[in-house]
Design a protein around this ligand. Structure first.
Ligand SMILES: Nc1ncnc2c1ncn2[C@@H]1O[C@H](COP(=O)(O)OP(=O)(O)OP(=O)(O)O)[C@@H](O)[C@H]1O
Length: 268
């Protein structure tokens, strides 16, 4: 369980990105974080693993208060938080397998990590994960030879090999085409369900979020203005989050696409 208590972030520039955010996410729940540009979505995700230091408030993950950890303990806690990025953050000249295994770097000792020597159990697990994300036949390919969707699958496998207690996902589909975006969202949500893993997914595409997650949290000016199921997100709520727009079109689009999907029996 993740608990954010009165989480506040004010940058040195004076920009207040988060104001007293209260959020509880139980084990296994996938939450989509939506909101306009500048609402504080990335800041919220990064305050959880303290890539950004919160100004005040607390972050507690499974009983451990992350906001009061010193640097050594924080490093250990970060091992259990997998992060998936918009631009994948792969090492281009390394193979798929090496990129996945790099998710274990926080667990192996200094010299092993220096020479990138991993225990056989890690290699076996990396193969299992590559198979699960559909890339087992590409283990030896270099990352720079992959498509965007394949890269994101590597990013997902790398996050999962950390054996995370929480997944922090920052715009995972922003660089992908619509079909691949759906496959990636479906894959992330399926993997979380299989592992009873909680995730926060920062996502711009509201329709895509509504298709796959159980809960949507809407941020505006650093405050939560919606927290509820995706089907309760009405045009008025979207207007409150994003401002005036023709939201019927967005909501209808979901219905059409869901039908389309069901008819085609599309698989990830
Ligand atoms: N490093 C920083 N220094 C100063 N201000 C920042 C910094 N990072 C973000 N901000 C400010 O904090 C606010 C929230 O930014 P944040 O990037 O968290 O929003 P976001 O919802 O993720 O936006 P986007 O969807 O465009 O990525 C904005 O006003 C932004 O200008």
């Amino acid at each position: 369980m993740l608990h954010l208590n009165k989480l506040t972030k004010q940058y040195a520039t004076g920009d207040k990105a988060l104001t007293s955010v209260e959020l509880e996410i139980p084990k296994g729940q996938v939450v989509a974080l939506i909101g306009p540009s500048g609402a504080g979505k990335s800041t919220l995700i990064r305050c959880i693993n303290r890539l950004v230091e919160p100004t005040s408030g607390t972050v507690t993950l499974n009983g451990k208060e992350l906001t009061k950890l010193g640097s050594g303990a924080l490093r250990q806690a970060r091992r259990r938080m997998g992060m998936i990025f918009q631009e994948y953050a792969l090492v281009e000249r390394l193979t798929v397998m090496e990129n996945v295994l790099s998710g274990r770097l926080g667990y192996v000792g200094f010299w092993r990590s220096f020479f990138r020597i991993y225990p056989q159990s890690d290699v076996d697990e990396a193969f299992r994960l590559l198979e699960r994300v559909g890339l087992d036949h590409m283990a030896d390919k270099r990352a720079d030879e992959l498509s965007g969707g394949q890269r994101q699958r590597v990013g997902i496998a790398r996050a999962l090999i950390q054996d995370p207690e929480l997944l922090l996902v920052d715009e995972p589909t922003a660089s992908l085409d619509p079909k691949t975006s759906r496959q990636i969202m479906r894959l992330i949500c399926e993997l979380c369900a299989e592992r009873d893993l909680a995730a926060i997914i920062n996502i711009h595409d509201v329709a895509l979020a509504q298709m796959f997650v159980q809960r949507v949290v809407g941020l505006r000016f650093g405050e939560i203005v919606y927290d509820g199921p995706p089907d309760q997100l009405k045009p008025e709520t979207l207007t409150e989050i994003y401002g005036e727009e023709d939201w019927e079109a967005t909501i209808e689009k979901i219905d059409d696409e869901e039908l389309d999907e069901a008819e085609q029996g599309a698989v990830a």
